[in-house]
Design a protein around this ligand. Sequence first.
Ligand SMILES: [Zn+2]
Length: 72
Amino acid sequence: MQKRELYVVESDHLVRSRRFCPRCGPGVFLAEHENRFTCGRCHYSETKKVTEKKPESQPSTPKGKPKANKEK
Ligand SMILES: [Zn+2]
């Protein structure tokens, strides 16, 4: 059951990650670069939305084992 859900989400994400060129219209994909999309047809470029990246200096410890800390 869960595997099926995961598969759907993944495929959906992959499909949505492809973007069409707003100038050329649907059918013309934007080439994906590190931080932007570009259209090889009309040279349209679009900057990617930067997702918030929090510096993970502290390793998040799962709160499932409360007794782990007491063993010191
Ligand atoms: Zn274009």
